[in-house]
Design a protein around this ligand. Structure first.
Ligand SMILES: C[S@@+](CC[C@H](N)C(=O)[O-])C[C@H]1O[C@@H](n2cnc3c(N)ncnc32)[C@H](O)[C@@H]1O
Length: 283
């Protein structure tokens, strides 16, 4: 059965253009470096996306990476859905047979797999990587981000689930069931005191103090960057907020560099922050 995923819209194209621009820059800039270059797509999908309204077919991230002009030495695709993973193998065999030996496809949960891959210190002594985290919602665990950062060798593009986080932060107080989920997402518990204040309308005869949410879009985006900065040496201060057709923010596309050497991250910063994110995509 042919597998095509349905999701997204204009924001999907915007996200993939950003990724594609960064891959072109990365492969060009590191062409003559002696370390191995790895592309990791941890939510690899099925290779093809049809927008929800069915109007557009979009080339998925794995194809963008495989068809870039300069090549990575290794491509690691992780996909939890077995049928999508099988479709990825079919695409590689049929369309990218010359790269077949360089591609690894794992039908697995990416958090576990990333922790395993990132823990292989020998690999990171002699390799650098670009990693794309493209979840539907809150699937990325903080422990996986910590493992990525510890490699000191990965440039990360993380599609943070902004609207999912907003939905789990209701106006009138924290929902018990979502507290742990948010702790896992932010890797911290401080969001609760940052985002919720005592209700000034609080009635002295009420038994319990009421808390209300006080955080706007900009403050939430800044908090997400702040959390990433707590583990990554460099995080772009201008992540791209991606909106749906109704102009509601859906995702925050963040860029972080695990390499603590300023020489390494200054170049990545210049391209990602000053060009790709600031001026729009370079195409
Ligand atoms: C937004 S889609 C990715 C699209 C893909 N990056 C592309 O451009 O074609 C998210 C994918 O992640 C997969 N997925 C969801 N949870 C996962 C997990 N924990 N580990 C690995 N893959 C997961 C889904 O099956 C889905 O194919």
């Amino acid at each position: 059965m042919k597998q095509t995923q349905k999701f997204g819209g204009d924001w999907t194209v915007e996200k993939l253009n950003i990724l594609s621009d960064y891959l072109d820059f990365y492969l060009g800039a590191l062409k003559n470096q002696k370390f191995g270059k790895i592309y990791i797509d941890a939510f690899a999908g099925s290779g093809k996306i049809e927008t929800r309204d069915g109007t557009e077919q979009i080339t998925g991230s794995i194809r963008l990476a495989l068809k870039a002009k300069n090549k990575f030495d290794r491509y690691v695709f992780i996909e939890k859905n077995a049928e999508y993973a099988a479709e990825l193998q079919r695409i590689v065999d049929a369309e990218f047979s010359t790269l077949k030996q360089s591609v690894e496809i794992y039908n697995a949960d990416c958090n576990d797999k990333l922790i395993e891959i990132c823990g292989n210190v020998d690999v990171w002594r002699k390799s650098r990587a670009v990693l794309f985290l493209d979840p539907y919602a809150t699937e990325v665990k903080w422990a996986a981000l910590e493992a990525i950062s510890k490699t000191q060798a990965i440039d990360l593009w993380y599609l943070f689930p902004f609207s999912a986080a907003q939905r789990m932060l209701p106006n009138k107080g924290v929902v018990e069931n979502w507290r742990n989920k948010l702790n896992e997402l932010f890797g911290d518990t401080n969001w609760e005191t940052r985002f919720y204040k005592a209700d000034p309308q609080f009635n002295l005869f009420d038994e319990s103090e009421k808390m209300i949410k006080e955080v706007n879009t900009g403050e939430l985006a800044a908090y997400i960057c702040e959390r990433l900065k707590s583990i990554f040496p460099y995080v772009a201060d201008n992540p791209r907020l991606l909106y749906n057709k109704k102009k509601s923010p859906l995702f925050l596309f963040c860029f972080a560099v695990a390499n603590p050497n300023p020489k390494a991250y200054e170049l990545a910063k210049k391209v990602a922050e000053d060009h790709i994110l600031k001026k729009g995509v370079m195409k």
